[in-house]
Design a protein around this ligand. Structure first.
Ligand code: HEC
Length: 184
């Protein structure tokens, strides 16, 4: 059966007329304009429960879930100097990615061709050396690798920024820049 609208003048018990509504709301608007006009939705974000990341202590690691292999032992540049050898061969693909990594990470200081004339070199009190000159060219692969990994005196460390593979690729590319590929 269709529900017919009530005939004019007949209203449900709890239904308000527009006039009644205005009579109720107008004094509210006048007396407390803040409350009546600004429904406080805008402070909900302040009032919400704060999420404290460590409110619940993290679970203990189940035994055996720490990485136990595949990592790299920490090693000083002096140790790496004599003991590490480049595990990669100088394929075209490795040299290409070595070059790309060099441009991203090293060229700002050392310059695209490793000549020590990168765009930020002028800002540095200790200037970045030309990596193609005799001294860096005579360094061992291990020394170059550890310099990238550990950084040097003022040179930043790339321990977290590059994987071991990536560092070895940069070493290959350095050898290419120095014209010493395959002599190590
Ligand atoms: C913020 C500038 C900066 C960046 C970026 C930088 N270097 Fe250096 N690098 C230097 C400075 C300065 C030195 C010399 C002072 C020192 O040993 O800290 C240096 C020294 C070196 C040496 C040592 C040369 C030697 O004979 O002892 C090597 C090798 C080297 N950088 C390679 C790299 C490679 C490869 C990258 C990229 C992964 C790189 N650098 C990124 C500033 C930089």
């Amino acid at each position: 059966m269709d529900v017919l609208p009530p005939p004019d003048g007949v209203r449900a018990k709890n239904e308000m007329t527009t006039r009644q509504m205005l009579t109720l709301v107008t004094p509210l608007l006048v007396l407390c304009p803040q409350r009546a006009t600004a429904f406080p939705w805008s402070i909900d974000m302040f009032r919400g429960p704060a999420v404290q990341p460590l409110a619940v202590p993290p679970r203990n690691m189940p035994s055996g879930t720490l990485p136990v292999d595949g990592g790299e032992p920490t090693m000083t540049r002096e140790d790496a100097d004599g003991s590490l050898r480049n595990p990669l061969t100088a394929t075209a693909a490795h040299l290409r990615s070595g070059a790309a990594l060099f441009v991203i990470h090293c060229a700002p200081c050392h310059g695209d061709a490793g000549k020590g004339n990168g765009p930020v070199a002028f800002q540095m009190i200790v200037p970045p050396p030309d990596l193609t000159t005799a001294q860096p060219a005579e360094r061992t692969d291990g020394y170059l690798y550890a310099t990238i990994r550990n950084g040097s005196v003022v040179m930043p460390a790339y321990r977290d920024a590059m994987s071991a593979q990536e560092r070895w690729k940069v070493v290959l590319y350095l050898r290419q820049l120095q014209g010493r590929l395959g002599t190590e």
